[in-house]
Write a protein that binds this ligand. Structure first.
Ligand code: AMP
Length: 559
């Protein structure tokens, strides 16, 4: 018998999953809660809602229609949050522009997405000046400022944000439309070649919000996000919807703090001043905060932090726990909206010693509700959940980009076999926890065996003299490839250490942990700093270009 679709009463309301629906709850539960900017200016959810209406009315007056693409270039501010809602709620598409890309790449992304409107913060006018005459589709510029007037150059501005919002009507009729309507677009942070556009619908963003909220709220004892938390993003709003947290925090009606540009002293002061209890960031940002002198005077005992975007080293987990930070891992990527997994600590382990907890807090995590995540071999066969069998992570969930914008070939490659290919390698343990061990592109193959660069980085970071490290593959005549560690030492301990001592440290740990013997082929080079991508992750591609063919050091031990 064929399955039966439900009967729909003509007057029944179908309730499309639209971003505007996320605003219902805070307006009922916590209309007075505050949303704060770095300068201390603030308003409540009623005002947020009114300003979203006003912004939509203002944009509409400037000719923005459903289907138009409205690009934003700014630091993390309340205005950006207003754009997160107003633009898609009008049926237009929000393009979050990666302000850390080069002007040429920014130009590429604006032209490729066919942005109609560019809303830009004053700090980015020099970039605009560099690209203004090559912009192909932007016909309306808005300065994101409270100035009375816009400057005359480098473009003719149609409006300034605050006067536009003040002059607009306080109510806007946000229409219902198909929940599959595109809400956002942004570009992956590719380090070579052109960035690729990924895009998400209202339905996808709403389901991502609900599922991540469910996963975070169902944690029994650790890393739980609840109604009384105070949220501050530390992953920029241009990058993968700031991991979706502005939508989550708004739906829950949390107090929110928007830090503007990320200056470590400002961030630490904001955590203290506003009582921030929940953030998320890449390891680089937390590393920066943990090494800032002000950290000594800042109480971080109530701060929950999800670390993602790159593997969290155990040494960082331990250092953060010592400061009282409730740290845990999240995993995802631009193509996946982004959250796929979170690693919460089971109640039984909450009293475990820091080292043992760190091992769990740095696991990549359990899949969110509705996420079908597998580790597969080359023939797309699922590998057993044994904590050892390693293969590519592939995934299905309701919120994965359905392709790359105007790039059918790459889209098919991404989705080959009906699963989204993450390009990450990992294994799943009998409890369902995923552990990422490498990027496919970063994996090191010595003597035909894979060595995990992330595991080696983790081991090296546990050495007290090591500040930062990246392990990459170095070509080698005998072994095919061998690991090369680029190490930045802590200045105060630099004299106490040599390349050989670090290799010995690795060899001991490899022995202790029973890792691939090829790991002891590791070469070490001391460097002043490590190349990062636009979102603060290690740029291994650039490092391989610089060091991947460097002559091997005389470390010729046989594994
Ligand atoms: P992006 O698209 O720039 O956000 O980068 C996504 C990639 O970052 C993933 O495919 C992973 O390689 C890496 N990544 C994100 N979260 C983690 C994590 N928790 N552990 C290891 N790698 C991660």
């Amino acid at each position: 018998m064929p399955s039966k679709t439900i009967e729909v009463t003509p007057s029944a309301y179908a309730y499309p999953l639209l971003i505007k629906q996320l605003l219902r709850t805070p307006l009922v539960h916590s209309p007075e809660r505050q949303i704060v900017d770095a300068d201390g200016s603030h308003y409540n959810y009623r005002t947020l809602f009114e300003r979203i209406n006003r912004l939509a009315d203002g944009l509409s007056g400037l000719g923005v229609e459903p289907g138009a693409t409205v690009a934003v270039m700014d630091w993390d501010t309340r205005r950006y949050l207003e754009c997160y809602f107003a633009v898609p709620m009008m049926g237009a598409i929000l393009q979050t522009v990666n302000i850390r890309l080069s002007p040429e790449q920014i130009l590429y992304t604006l032209n490729h997405a066919k942005a109609d409107v560019l809303m830009i913060g004053p700090d980015f006018l020099p970039v605009l000046e560099a690209i203004a005459d090559k912009l192909e589709s932007v016909r309306c510029f808005i300065l994101m400022s409270d100035a009375a007037e816009a400057p005359q150059a480098p473009v003719k501005f149609s409006a300034v944000y605050e006067p536009l919002v003040s002059a607009a009507a306080a109510e806007f009729d946000f229409p219902d439309f198909d929940e599959n309507t595109q809400a956002t677009v942004f570009y992956t942070t590719g380090t070579t070649g052109n960035p690729k556009g990924v895009y998400f619908s209202h339905r996808q963003l709403v389901l991502h919000t609900l599922s991540a909220t469910a996963a975070l709220g169902s944690a029994a004892c650790q890393g739980r996000l609840h109604r009384e938390d105070v949220y501050m993003p530390l992953t920029p709003m241009f990058h993968v919807h700031a991991w979706g947290f502005p939508y989550i925090a708004t739906m829950l009606g949390l107090k929110q703090v928007y830090p503007g540009q990320y200056f470590p002293d400002r961030l630490l002061k904001l955590i203290a001043r506003e009582g921030v209890t929940f953030s998320h960031c890449v390891p680089t940002i937390l590393h920066m905060l943990l090494h800032h002198p002000l950290v000594e005077q800042t109480n971080l005992h109530h701060w929950k932090v999800v670390i993602g975007g790159a593997a969290m080293p155990k040494a960082m987990a331990i250092a953060a726990q010592k400061r009282g930070i409730d740290i845990f891992t999240g995993y995802g990527m631009s193509e996946t909206c982004p959250i796929l997994t979170l690693a919460h600590l089971p109640t039984a382990r909450i009293e475990a010693p820091p080292e043992e907890q760190a091992a769990l807090r740095t696991k990549t995590g359990l899949p969110l509700p509705l996420v079908d995540l597998r580790v597969v071999d080359g023939a797309m066969q699922s590998l057993p959940f044994d904590g050892k069998s390693t293969g590519e992570v592939v995934v299905r969930s309701p919120w994965l980009t359905q392709g790359y914008l105007n790039d059918p070939e790459s889209s098919e490659t991404l989705w080959r076999g009906g699963f989204l290919h993450t390009g990450d390698i990992g294994h799943i343990d009998p409890y369902g926890y995923l552990q990422i061990t490498d990027r496919l592109k970063d994996v090191i193959k010595s003597g035909g065996e894979w060595t995990s660069s992330l595991q080696l980085e983790d081991i090296l970071l546990q050495h007290p003299a090591v500040m930062e490290v990246a392990v990459i593959a170095q070509r080698d005549e005998k072994w095919g490839e061998r690991p090369l560690a680029l190490v930045r030492l802590k200045p105060e301990l630099a004299d106490s250490i040599s390349e050989n001592k670090l290799r010995k440290h690795v060899a001991e740990q490899v022995e202790k942990l029973g890792l691939s013997r090829y790991a002891i082929l590791i070469n070490v080079i001391f460097v002043e700093g490590l190349t990062k991508t636009s979102v603060g992750k290690l740029n291994k591609r650039a490092m391989r270009e610089q060091f991947g063919t460097a002559p091997s050091s005389p470390n010729d031990e046989n594994p």
